[in-house]
Design a protein around this ligand. Sequence first.
Ligand code: PLP
Length: 340
Amino acid sequence: MNSLPIFKAFPKLKETVPWIPLGDFPTRVSSLSRISETLSCQSFWIKRDSESSSRYGGNKVRKLEFEFGKAIERKAEMILAYGSLGSNFTIATCLFGKSLKIPTHLILYDTVNTPFVMANFKHNCEIAQGVTRIRSILSLPYAVSRELWRHRGERVYLMPPGGSSPLSTLGYINAMLELKGQIHDGDLPMPDYIFLPVGTGGTFAGLLIAKVLFNLPIEIIGIAVVDRIITNSMVIKLFIYRAVRYFNRVAGTNLKATEVFKELHLDYRFLGKGYAHPTDEANWAKDLLKREEDVILDGTYTAKAMAGAMEIIRTDLEPDKNILFWHSFNSQDISNDSIS
Ligand SMILES: Cc1ncc(COP(=O)(O)O)c(C=O)c1O
């Protein structure tokens, strides 16, 4: 697709924001009838952003379309990105950078050592042009400054954490417009609830802003999958504030961030011991989705969010609700991808 619904809805954006197509949109919505039976809810759907690109799917693609748009506008010769050893975002950045012929250097900090994290670390090392591994997230400011200094004289584009910025939030405002179109076309009913994992909050913020902007009767529940010191309501509100201010400027709207704050529901109960630490509920949800619906979740993000969604549906919601789960984890096999 070489345009987006958001450009049609807000034509001013087309002239003011950088964007390049990277993904395959719209992503499918599918009904998971076995899961809705298990949970006794009216319907259970997933939005398959897992298939957002045949190169590498997941929730980074919509954001990177804007971030790489800006990197290209700035004639970047190199991308600098950072994340944990198990980051999906850094993998996505390297792969799309590679297809755009812009090399990526990564700074990766240690996190809990699980097979998933180590497999992602291996992918990151194989596809990045260079990797700096640091022991603690606390050393990040120093490591980033050091890399920028080392590459002085080159045009380096520093990616925001998790690809989340006021600019890239447009990707998830657009995603909600895309979903609105699918509801309008009868592909799925209007969801009463949307559930999704929340890390840096860019995905969540975009959906929340769009919910208020288009006055949609949907409650969006974010399941925190990163430790509270990083992912908390204050940080997300600050992010929303910046994203709304940016959106008003580039789209010519007059949205109030305080209206969006009222819609913020962030649940921390399903994080377990912390980021990337496995939990029993998440493992159970992951096995169930694989067995019953052939949907693959990851233990760090989507399985925890699914475990949260299931618990909330079972204990707090009336059975007449339509549920949508936003599937944000890549479903493409990348085992054959490497730089050399
Ligand atoms: C699979 C997956 N889901 C969700 C998230 C969280 O997205 P966000 O940082 O926009 O909150 C991430 C972030 O890395 C992710 O990799």
